[in-house]
Design a protein around this ligand. Sequence first.
Ligand code: ADP
Ligand code: MG
Length: 191
Amino acid sequence: NVENVSFAYEEDNQTLENVSLTVARGEFVGLVGPSGSGKSTIASLLARLYDPDEGAITADGTDIRDFPVRAWRERVALVRQSPYLFDDTLRANVAMDRDLSETGLREVASLARVTEFLSDLPSGFDTRLGDDGVKLSGGQRQRVALARALVSDPDLLVLDEATSDLDPRLDEVIHRGLRDLDADLAVVTIA
Ligand code: ADP
Ligand code: MG
């Protein structure tokens, strides 16, 4: 729950004023609005990159500031529009530092439709990406980032224009897959 939240990056320039919204478990919520209206700011507050100046964000009745930051960030996955890929393998870019079995890797890669371009890569999951490796398209990078977000099995997934470079059909397939994945997963999609 976002409850009457106000937030400003700098004085005299209120970015969010008295914003409230509710996302229930298993619910998909879309946020739309003009550029600069504060959608990405809401995404940042949900991931607790910032705290609200006024109001509160709660989860099951508890202010998220009452959880250890790390515990909260394990429950929320935020995917932005232009994700960063490291100079490492596809496998490492998805797993990051977490334990991930081969089965787990295939599962998230399939959900995020990374598998659709896997056979175009010279060494599959062991292909190096990043500045020193294979250059992926914007849509491919976004799919890697989505797979990365799914590894932590979040309760809340925030997609901040995270599928903007995918064609609408693929976007829909991915969203449908997320719905079928976990009946309790809440998703906030910013278009
Ligand atoms: P949206 O995602 O809807 O386009 P944003 O949340 O990115 O909107 O931005 C909302 C407002 O906050 C804009 O006026 C933007 O310039 C400002 N803003 C965003 N990020 C920062 C920041 N890190 N520091 C200062 N101002 C910011
Ligand atoms: Mg934005």
